[in-house]
Design a protein around this ligand. Structure first.
Ligand SMILES: [Zn+2]
Length: 488
């Protein structure tokens, strides 16, 4: 606050000396119409509660802020918000928590704090660690669980992190939002505070920041290596500019009663990883790779309709899973045998899935019912994405080009199913439509043996009813790798 006041005073002093008032440049004008999002803590070096404040200018008048009550598997998120105070905003009647900005603008402030006792655990939480985590030593917040969205109108926001301590990392640096960021992007973020290991590295043109708690089978260097390779390959293959900065945040969660857990969520130029410390390196690597692909599928393509997200998971998760394998191969993070083992595992998990013939509509309704239901779009979608990539290549194109087209066509309008399907058909041809109708919409059984594969591969049926993708006799690993990747 003191610094802001000093800045304001020095501007006044300058204006007083000059014969003409200073002319604001375009970015100053944009910032003047922007609101401000601020984060802070209440007591030095204590992370029990985080303060959030939104200052909204007159230009925001009439727009409506809606606070989240659910996100993914998490519900009743309003329980983690408290001490709400506002001025120049009108609380709207109705079930959800929504405010309309009055003429002249206004502000709203609230605190965010954990709404359960102790550490997250598997008995109380469907997915421990996704909910607001605040403790004396650290805090870990997912933007979409704590920040509102504009349900109508809205203005861009600049960012004020001056009230946060040194030991903090947010997906955005204040400089990223000097002329205002969309609230929708700002909410797609992660905030890590306190006893994390914070680090910054350079990966090509990208500054990679990391915030890691706990100790894992992969260290920060190895995780950054995966990140750098994936970002580089994604930019090349999807014909996109590399990002100036990227943040990854890792927080440990308890191991589930049996085995280990690794959960990733892709956010705006950042991702978070929740993992039990007994998770193996392969699984950590693959999850990181998968989350980075989400930067393009679908983040760079435009917003999707969250209500119906589950219905297009054959694309949002299926294509992402395929490219997670393909870009790891391209980046040299895995070899051809690893790639084939990964695709064979997906095929066999699909063949063994009790829900494999669920039509997409029904699957969307039952997506959180079981692990098998959640995994089906990844399995079915990745196998089809592979097959479609090869079909597109037979026409001199590739699935990479479909992704590039969809990123190119982003005019900040909703990424609709019609736009996805049109982009696919354009590069893959008419078989895409019949495949989608048959295997996804109707849920007919897909035979992995009948997929269109690169010429260097064979699909071998095994006695146990499983299938194995392998390099055909007479083909070499190297030429097959080139054939799997196609032109970059
Ligand atoms: Zn995903």
């Amino acid at each position: 606050m003191v610094r802001a006041l000093v800045a304001a005073l020095s501007i006044l002093a300058l204006a007083g000396c000059a014969s003409l008032p200073p002319q604001p440049d375009a970015s100053d004008r944009a910032a003047a119409q922007a609101g401000i999002l601020s984060f802070g803590i209440q007591q030095p070096d204590r992370f029990d509660a985080i303060t959030v404040r939104l200052d909204l200018p007159d230009s925001a008048a009439g727009s409506v802020l809606t606070f989240p009550d659910s996100w993914g598997p998490e519900e009743n998120l309003s329980q983690s918000r408290g001490d709400i105070a506002f001025r120049g905003l009108e609380r709207l009647p109705g079930e959800g928590e929504a405010y309309r900005v009055a003429p002249g603008g206004g502000w709203i402030t609230y605190t965010v704090a954990q709404d359960y006792e102790g550490e997250p655990d598997w008995e109380t939480h469907r997915l421990p660690g996704m909910r607001v985590r605040t403790a004396p030593s650290h805090a870990f917040l997912l933007g979409p669980t704590v920040l509102p969205a504009w349900s109508q109108g809205g203005v861009p926001l600049t960012l004020d992190l001056q009230s946060l301590p040194q030991r903090a990392a947010f997906s955005f640096a204040p400089g990223d939002c000097a002329t205002g960021c969309a609230l929708e992007d700002l909410a797609n973020s992660v905030l890590a505070l306190g006893d994390f290991a914070f680090d910054t590295r350079q990966a090509g043109d990208t500054t990679v920041r990391s915030a890691i708690r706990g100790s894992f089978a992969m260290n920060a260097d190895a995780m950054s290596g995966v990140l750098a390779g994936m970002l580089d390959q994604g930019a090349q293959r999807f014909d996109d500019a590399p990002f100036p900065s990227y943040l990854f945040a890792v927080n440990p969660i308890p191991a589930p009663p049996q085995g280990s857990a690794v959960v990733g969520t892709g956010l705006h130029r950042s991702f978070l990883l929740l993992a039990s410390e007994n998770a193996d390196a392969e699984r950590l690597r693959h999850t990181i790779a998968h989350e980075i692909v989400h930067e393009w599928i679908t983040r760079r393509m435009g917003p999707t309709d969250e209500e119906t997200d589950a219905q297009r998971m054959w694309f949002t998760e299926g294509a992402t899973e395929y490219f997670a394998w393909k870009l790891q191969l391209a980046a040299g993070l895995i070899d051809t045998q690893d790639f084939l083992a990964g695709m064979s595992d997906l095929a066999n998990a699909y063949l063994a899935s009790p829900v494999r013939e669920l039509p997409a509509g029904e699957l969307a309704e039952r997506i959180f019912e079981s692990e098998e239901a959640q995994r089906l779009p990844y399995q079915r979608g990745a196998l089809l994405a592979w097959h479609w990539d090869i079909l597109a290549r037979e026409r001199g194109s590739s699935l990479d080009a479909v992704i590039a087209d969809l990123i190119d066509g982003n005019e900040r309008q909703e990424l609709t199913d019609a736009r996805i399907r049109a982009a696919m058909t354009r590069r893959i041809g008419g078989q895409f439509d019949s495949d989608l109708a048959r295997y996804v919409v109707q849920g007919k059984a897909l035979d992995p043996m009948a997929l269109t594969l690169p010429g260097c591969l064979v699909a071998i049926p095994e006695r146990s009813g499983t299938v194995r993708f392998a390099i055909a006799d007479g083909s070499s690993g190297d030429t097959c790798r080139a054939e799997l990747l196609g032109p970059a």
